[in-house]
Ligand binder design. Structure first.
Ligand SMILES: Cc1cc2nc3c(=O)[nH]c(=O)nc-3n(C[C@H](O)[C@H](O)[C@H](O)COP(=O)(O)OP(=O)(O)OC[C@H]3O[C@@H](n4cnc5c(N)ncnc54)[C@H](O)[C@@H]3O)c2cc1C
Length: 324
């Protein structure tokens, strides 16, 4: 087993995902001095993403660029990655705790007989040991874990570990061929996205979230306006999704997305424990609610007791002026 870390990077819409640079940093924090760090990226038309990645990796950037890999599929990606990983023999593999990372990491761990620590939010060294902290019980407690053997696999929660700085000299891009295995049991025929070109919710630095207090689909407009001015994303509670005010793709919480933005603005959200599970690690929480007893105020750094339909336009206007 080499002293070598491999970061499995992700691209979306022609851009390298921010979490991939955080994964590079996680590999740097895990590696001992002298350990090599390389990266692996799969997809189609990856020239720009590979170039971006090479700026942060001093080792090799392995690229598998093929039309069959345009969309993530566990079977295809795993079949493309395994031969490479088996030849690289890394002691550690780092992925983002994203939809892809959550699916792929345990599959790779099973194939490579690797240990896995998931959803890591911080990494510390204690002597020669590397300790990984991850939230448990829906964010009510944290546990610290360490690996006792190699190889090991790590998934990191987006927006928690700082991104890697640019390397002193760019890494070397190495292209690899891909031939689809003849015995694939599933293939993706088509992907129909609901994407709107907005900021990705799970990586957004600012999230403006609406709950049942938003009252209707149109009620989300003031939230969208504030998010636009702040360059943030719009999220929602399950209450708002269940009421049909917005798409379930926006749901934050125990059964939705987990977000850790710099600023989370909860509008008309009561603060149920299942909602907190998806946002309580946000750096600054601002709550707008007309009920001063709403539980969301217990975890909010700043609270505004008032009607969101009066407060939001005022905030949007002030931010528009301040950011002009
Ligand atoms: C197994 C399970 C999983 C769940 N998973 C999730 C999950 O992933 N995410 C999630 O969010 N929930 C989840 N829930 C649901 C959760 O328990 C709550 O029911 C839900 O979060 C409530 O949504 P809400 O805060 O929008 O609505 P409510 O609890 O109805 O709160 C609405 C709030 O809006 C305020 N309000 C009303 N009008 C205004 C106004 N004009 N201006 C300002 N404030 C106003 C009210 O004072 C109130 O506090 C789950 C529940 C279960 C059982």
């Amino acid at each position: 087993m080499s002293h070598h870390y491999v970061v499995i990077a992700e691209a979306r819409g022609g851009q390298l995902r921010q979490v991939s640079l955080e994964a590079v940093k996680a590999a740097q924090l895990s590696a001992n001095e002298g350990d090599a760090i390389s990266a692996l990226i799969l997809g189609h038309h990856l020239a720009e993403e590979a170039r971006q990645l090479s700026l942060y990796i001093s080792g090799q950037v392995h690229v598998v660029d093929h039309a069959d890999l345009e969309h993530y599929s566990a079977e295809c990606y795993c079949s493309a990655m395994l031969p490479l990983l088996e030849s690289l023999q890394p002691c550690g593999i780092v992925l983002g705790h994203t939809a892809m990372g959550r699916d792929l990491a345990p599959l790779l761990a099973a194939h490579l007989q690797a240990g896995q620590i998931s959803d890591v939010t911080s990494i510390h060294r204690s002597g020669s040991e590397v300790l990984y902290t991850r939230p448990i019980y829906a964010g009510k407690a944290f546990e610290q874990k360490r690996f006792t053997a190699a190889p090991h696999i790590l998934t990191i929660r987006p927006n928690n570990i700082p991104p890697a700085a640019e390397a002193e000299s760019p890494g070397q891009i190495v292209q690899h061929a891909y031939t689809a295995p003849a015995n694939l049991r599933t293939v993706i025929k088509d992907v129909i996205t609901k994407a709107s070109g907005r900021v990705d919710l799970s990586e957004a630095q600012i999230v403006v979230s609406g709950g049942r207090g938003v009252k209707s689909a149109e009620g989300f407009q003031p939230l969208e306006q504030l998010a636009e001015v702040l360059g943030g994303a719009v999220g929602a509670s399950r209450g708002a999704c269940d009421a049909g005010y917005c798409d379930y793709a926006l749901q934050i919480g125990q059964t939705g997305k987990v977000v850790t933005p710099q600023i989370y603005i909860a509008c008309g959200i009561s603060g149920a424990i299942q909602h907190l599970a998806g946002m309580s690690q946000s750096r600054i929480i601002i709550a707008i609610n007309k009920d001063p007893e709403a539980p969301i105020f217990k975890i909010a750094d700043y609270g505004i007791v008032g009607d969101l339909f009066e407060v939001l336009p005022l905030l949007t206007e002030e931010f528009r002026k301040a950011l002009a």
